[in-house]
Design a protein around this ligand. Structure first.
Ligand SMILES: [Zn+2]
Ligand SMILES: [Zn+2]
Length: 344
């Protein structure tokens, strides 16, 4: 049979789009702990930034820390091997961190994920998983009935979300850290660390250790010294950051034009985030090699500039920091101490 050029072009375009992710994966890289920032904004819309999501590849599997809205599309557009996803670690149940869980679950199942997707996190993830399983029941039924024939298998059971609530100890250890090993697989250990995002509680950070390389994802928190303790010796700390001066500026501006409701809601948020300067202080205390600032809620503001956002950070004396960008990759090859930045 002769295949026309046009047909080939259409097929390769589809593969590029990731709709055939299960059979269109990029070649396996050398053994490493690899991070891809799949969403770097906060709850407000920011052009070119999805809501919070960090993808981590280790031991031939993909793991996510949070899956905010628009992040699932990023992962597919970059041809990430989503069918190999084992678990999504949820930092806390704010909507900006979970918005794309249903969509990602469906997409990774259709791409060929062979088993249920584990949803690991604080109490409440069991309701999240059960609710989405119920809400997506008809969709999964339609797709199963329509697409499962011949060699194509689309078992309903593999498309389910399966919750695992982390049994976090009630009290901190001798170092003042509340933590629990949440996952061990193929050389990867994931430790959940309690952070402080009150009144939202509990809220967790996650530390990924793989064959001597390590990365910590803070989730949402105020400057929290136990997180510095738990991040000791890590290669990379991916920390949330909010410039409270900018937030107050925006809140005041909204009040001046009569937008009292949004002014009040934004004003509330200064109490439960970390400033860029404070994040650098945590990175310095922890002695990590690299800090990446993410959850950049303010990146969509007309007066946002990286310089204004990070004002005062140089005085901390921790020069190895960067602002996160959607598609940024951080590769930590096993057997060395190299930190390789790239961009999707
Ligand atoms: Zn958030
Ligand atoms: Zn939050």
């Amino acid at each position: 049979m002769k295949i026309s050029r046009r047909v080939l072009a259409a097929a390769s375009a589809l593969l590029m789009l990731g709709s055939g992710a299960a059979f269109a994966q990029a070649p396996a890289p050398a053994d490493s702990l690899k991070v891809t920032l799949c969403g770097t904004s906060g709850p407000l819309p920011v052009r070119d930034r999805a809501k919070p999501c960090v993808a981590i590849q280790a031991g031939g599997s993909l793991y996510l820390v949070d899956i905010g809205s628009e992040a699932s599309e990023n992962l597919q557009l970059w041809r990430m091997p989503i069918a190999t996803t084992r678990a999504v670690f949820i930092t806390h149940l704010h909507s900006d961190h979970i918005g794309d869980l249903g969509e990602f679950n469906m997409q990774s199942w259709v791409a060929g994920r062979p088993a249920p997707l584990q949803v690991v996190g604080p109490p409440g993830v069991e309701h999240l998983a059960a609710g989405l399983n119920e809400a997506y029941g008809p969709d999964h039924g339609f797709r199963h009935a329509h697409h499962e024939h011949g060699a194509v298998k689309l078992p309903i059971a593999a498309g389910l979300l399966q919750a695992r609530v982390i049994p976090m100890p009630a009290k901190p250890d001798a170092q003042g850290v509340q933590s629990h090993v949440a996952w061990r697989q193929d050389g990867l250990t994931v430790t959940a660390i309690a952070v402080n995002h009150k009144p939202v509680a509990p809220a967790y950070a996650y530390r990924f250790d793989y064959k001597g390389r390590s990365v910590v994802v803070s989730g949402d928190t105020i400057k929290w010294l136990p997180l510095a303790t738990a991040s000791k010796g890590a290669d990379v700390l991916i920390h949330e950051a909010q410039n409270n001066g900018m937030t107050r500026q925006l809140s005041d501006g909204l009040a001046m034009i009569g937008q009292d409701r949004m002014s009040s809601i934004l004003g509330d948020t200064v109490s439960y985030h970390t400033t860029p300067v404070e994040a650098a202080e945590i990175a310095k205390l922890a002695g990590v090699k690299q800090l990446v600032l993410t959850h950049l809620t303010q990146a969509g503001l007309p007066f946002f500039t990286p310089e204004a956002f990070t004002k005062g950070i140089d005085a901390v004396g921790f020069p190895n920091w960067r602002l996160a960008k959607d598609g940024m990759t951080i590769d930590l090859p096993v057997g060395g101490d190299e930190i390789r930045f790239g961009q999707n």
